[in-house]
Every structure is written in C-alpha cells, then in structure tokens.
Design a protein around this ligand. Structure first.
Ligand SMILES: [Zn+2]
Length: 305
C-alpha cells in the first residue's frame, strides 16, 4: 500500500495524536482536510472559536507537515452549535476573518443536525458567504432523518447560488447517494470502524454507482473512529475486485479535484516526495519534545510548482 497515495478530506486532526499521523503517512495518506466542527461539548465563549479556528490554520497545519501530510482546512460554524443563537451570531461574524486565509479550501462543515430553524439560518448565512467568495462548501448531514436533511441541504444551497460542482455532501449512505449524484454535487462517505457506514458497504456502493464524484473519508475525531479508514477501505476495494482506477478516484483524485477548486492546493507539491523538516518551529514550538529532528525529502525550494 505504501506506493499508493490517499487524500482524507475529512479528519479532525486536533483530536488525533502524532502516532496517528505517523501511521497515516506510512499508509500513504498524503493530504487531509480538517473541517471546523464541535468539540464534543459546547463552547461557551467566542474566544474559544477564535483560538480553535486559529489552530486549524496554524498549529494543526504545522503538526501534519512535520509528518509529511499536507493539511488543509474548512472554516465554519457547525450545525450543532448554531442552536446557541446568541453565540452563533458572533461566530458567524468571525467566519470571514478565517475562511479567506491560506490553506482554507472550503466553508465547513456546516448544514443540519436536528434540522432546526436556527441551524437553517446559520447554514444560509454561510452559503451566502461561500457563494459570494466562490468557495467550496462541505456539508455535514444529520445522522437522524438523513435523507430529508440532505435533500434540504441541496435545495437551500441551490437557493443561495452555490453551484453543485462546489457542494460536497458528507456522511452519505445507500439511501442518499442517488439524490446527491442526481443533483450534481460530490457525494462523500464517512467510513466508521464499527457502526454507521462501514468499509464493506462502501465497496458495494462504489461497485454499484461507479467512481464519478464519490469520495471516501474517515471523519476521525475524538470518538471511536479510524484515521486509516481511507487506505483500509481502498485495500478492501482492491481485494474485492474493484477497478484500481475507480479506487484511485474515490480515495484520492475526486477529493483533490473538489477541493483544488479553492486554488489553495499546490497539486505538483502533493505529487512530489513529501518534504519533512522537523527542525522547523511554529511560534517557537515543535512537536519533538526533545527528540532529534528528522529532515527528509527534497529541498522545498527544489520542488516544482
Ligand atoms: Zn466532522
């Protein structure tokens, strides 16, 4: 597997350890997108969002780079915390301050959780912002009432003028994939190790629908989840006789095509040997904890752009 290259376009790196990054890099994960989401318990002040968004464009990007993984992120107010309307109003005003920074490839993850009016207002506000700035949107879909939630997500995105080529709907399953493909949006699937959508089901979805606009991701976070979902699912797809080109598209190329629309991804650098320079610091801090730095790969100046 080490020669294959994978893109995990939905993983919450801030919840993962450097052991995970080492395993991901060894398994061929070359690039990730980390969307802003909730932290498992509600935030109570705007400052927590400021520091969290800053870590997505700063420290987490640096941490991944130290293991040869290109880190991109999506900035947005998640649907769950959109329901705290007093705070949500201030967070929405904060979104533009971070969403236009380097390395941000989308507005996300946004959408519906319980499909409330407050969620819809925050979703619309952020879709308007994305449409105005020609940005890609990563949509979280509800775990309950998923089909209705996804249909509504697509409808509202259309009303707000977001082109379907810039809409990535995540957490799909067998019941929703056709609606998303028919709309012309990207259909992403989060592969969980034990519950919800698993690798075996993903193999059959790819076999049935083909590789056009299908994307596999891990959505690995602070819960029971697997940062190696993408390479593991790819291995299972190949073992089950799926065309290797289809697997390559679903686990690398489609995510790259969707998010490179942002203009924030240096594709040539992703295709080159990863550069790892652990002698670098971020705000005077390193990930090394006193260990000797590894320096691997080409001189960054020599990587063609
Ligand atoms: Zn997520």
């Amino acid at each position: 597997m080490s020669s294959a290259r994978f893109f995990d376009p939905h993983i919450h790196c801030t919840s993962r350890t450097t052991d995970d990054f080492e395993s991901m890099a060894a398994a061929g994960v070359r690039a990730v997108v980390e969307p802003a989401f909730w932290l498992g318990q509600p935030r109570t002040t705007l400052g927590s969002f400021v520091d969290y968004f800053a870590s997505l464009v700063g420290w987490e990007r640096f941490r991944c780079s130290q293991f040869g993984i290109a880190h991109f992120c999506a900035i947005g107010l998640n649907s769950k915390e959109a329901n705290n309307e007093a705070l949500a109003k201030d967070v929405l005003e904060l979104v533009p301050r971070f969403a236009l920074k380097e390395g941000v490839v989308a507005v996300g993850e946004i959408g519906y959780d319980e499909i409330t009016a407050a969620e819809e207002r925050a979703y619309q506000w952020q879709l308007d912002f994305a449409a105005k700035h020609d940005m890609v949107v990563m949509v979280h879909s509800p775990h309950r009432d998923k089909k209705r939630g996804i249909q509504r997500s697509i409808e509202v995105a259309r009303e707000c003028g977001v082109p379907m080529s810039k809409l990535v709907i995540d957490h799909n399953n067998e019941e929703t994939v056709q609606d998303v493909l028919d709309a012309g949006a990207w259909a992403a699937f989060t592969i969980y190790p034990f519950t919800k959508m698993g690798s075996e089901r993903m193999v059959e979805i790819l076999r049935k629908y083909g590789p056009e606009r299908l994307i596999v991701d891990s959505s690995a976070d602070w819960g029971v989840s697997d940062p190696l979902s993408v390479p593991r699912t790819a291995a299972l797809m190949l073992a089950k006789g799926i065309d290797p080109e289809w697997v390559r598209r679903a686990t690398w190329q489609n995510a790259l095509d969707a998010y490179a629309q942002s203009g924030q991804i240096d594709v040539a650098a992703l295709l080159a040997t990863p550069v790892i320079d652990q002698s670098k610091l971020f705000n005077d801090n390193s990930v090394l904890r006193g260990q000797a730095p590894r320096v691997l790969g080409a001189n960054p100046a020599a990587v063609p752009n």
